[in-house]
Design a binder for this molecule. Structure first.
Ligand code: CP3
Length: 365
């Protein structure tokens, strides 16, 4: 591993010269070159399943902006698709499954996909991207949290109320746990294979953990993310790879998330970074947390808001600048440029003291 990457160093809370920056959905619809590619290929899934195209799209935002990490262009629903659920995207409607999982029989029949055989297109995209990035940029691998992936598998599509999976959780908790266990096993192997293919950090997206009560969150979401962390930290090949856990609306559970042994926590914009740092900053790095709607403002306002986020985290390493959730598709790419420019311009001051100390300790000054 090239530990001189600013992003990897910050994840390990080692001194950096400036705050690293990347953002969720950085390869996506707000980029005209992405929309042109989608038009040409004829759909999102087709782009994910073609490794050359997925690698090219992963790199599109890096050609425009001085980002500190690339995230592999794929989706959290590749695992259930490989389990045979029949993933498709209806125009402007988000993901759907032809065969949702509703009972114990369906859970029992689910196979655990083999990453190289059944999801080889993701591993090939990782290998191509890592080769392109060389020692310039680290590549992030990812999966969804078992709970978040299961919401789509059980509901059959996105949901506002999660009525079907929550009824299952209460009426048939063991059926749901059987499903979560299978998705967990698949996710462990999937992340391990991405690491073998060359990713230098992994992130688990728990978009819907925040829809649960505290007790249910610990039992049905965090418990399974904990298993993923334990699996990766137990193996020689994967244990040094930083793990980021991101539960949207999970600010109240930061202490338990940090106790999983993850390296970093993704923070959404509803959480105060200074408060999060005071609570768990000695244990983990923090990634976030500009409100994605700030990018609708004028560039000078965006730059002021970026300064606010940097000041909120304050001095020292352990911060990775990001949005609090994915970028919206109708954001002007020039506004993204303004955000990144502000991170590069205003963040070095928060690292100067630590860098001087580090250089002195290493005898480089
Ligand atoms: O961040 C990145 O640039 C990497 C790629 C990435 C995508 N999806 C590409 C994508 C990642 C990390 C994801 C994760 C993902 N996918 C999550 C968790 C993170 C989050 O956003 O909460 C979830 C819940 C999904 C499932 C999913 N995929 C949904 C709900 C949708 C439709 C919503 C939407 O934004 O359109 C997708 C489609 C999707 N995944 C797109 C992209 C770029 C849009 C596809 C298109 O229409 O071109």
């Amino acid at each position: 591993m090239n530990s001189s990457f600013r992003f990897i160093r910050a994840l390990k809370r080692q001194p950096v010269d400036s705050t690293p920056v990347w953002f969720m959905r950085q390869a996506g619809r707000y980029l005209p070159e992405y929309r042109a590619m989608r038009e040409r290929v004829g759909g999102f899934l087709g782009m994910c399943q073609n490794p050359e195209i997925a690698a090219e799209i992963t790199l599109q935002p890096l050609k425009r902006f001085p980002l500190d990490a690339a995230i592999i262009f794929s989706d959290i629903l590749t695992i259930p698709d490989a389990m045979g659920l029949g993933l498709y995207f209806a125009t402007h409607e988000g993901p759907h499954f032809q065969n949702p999982i509703r009972d114990a029989k369906a859970v029992a029949k689910l196979p655990i996909p083999c990453p190289e055989a059944d999801l080889g297109y993701v591993m090939d995209a990782v290998r191509l991207t890592v080769k392109e990035c060389g020692d310039k940029t680290p590549v992030i691998g990812f999966c969804g949290s078992p709970w978040t992936v299961a919401t789509y598998m059980v509901e059959g599509q996105g949901s506002r109320t999660f009525s079907i999976i929550k009824a299952m959780m209460m009426n048939e908790p063991l059926v749901l746990k059987g499903l979560l266990q299978k998705v967990t096993q698949a996710s462990c192997q999937y992340l391990e294979a991405q690491i073998q293919a060359g990713v230098e950090a992994v992130m688990v997206f728990d978009t819907w953990g925040g829809a649960l009560s505290g007790a249910a969150y610990h039992e049905f979401s965090l418990h399974y993310m904990q298993e993923i962390v334990r699996y990766l930290k137990a193996k020689t090949l994967t244990q040094s790879i930083p793990i980021i856990l991101f539960t949207k609306q999970g600010g109240q559970w930061l202490e338990s998330i940090a106790d999983t042994g993850c390296d970093a926590i993704g923070i959404d914009w509803t959480q105060d970074l200074a408060n999060a740092k005071a609570r768990v900053g000695r244990q983990v790095a923090l990634q976030g947390n500009l409100d994605p709607t700030v990018l609708y403002a004028r560039p000078d306002i965006i730059q002021r808001e970026v300064q606010g986020v940097l000041a909120n985290y304050g001095y020292g390493s352990g911060h990775i600048f990001n949005l609090g959730h994915g970028i919206f598709p109708d954001v002007n790419p020039e506004h993204v440029a303004a955000m990144i420019e502000a991170v590069k311009k205003y963040s070095p001051r928060y690292h100067q003291a630590e860098m001087i100390k580090d250089n002195a300790q290493n005898g480089t000054v």
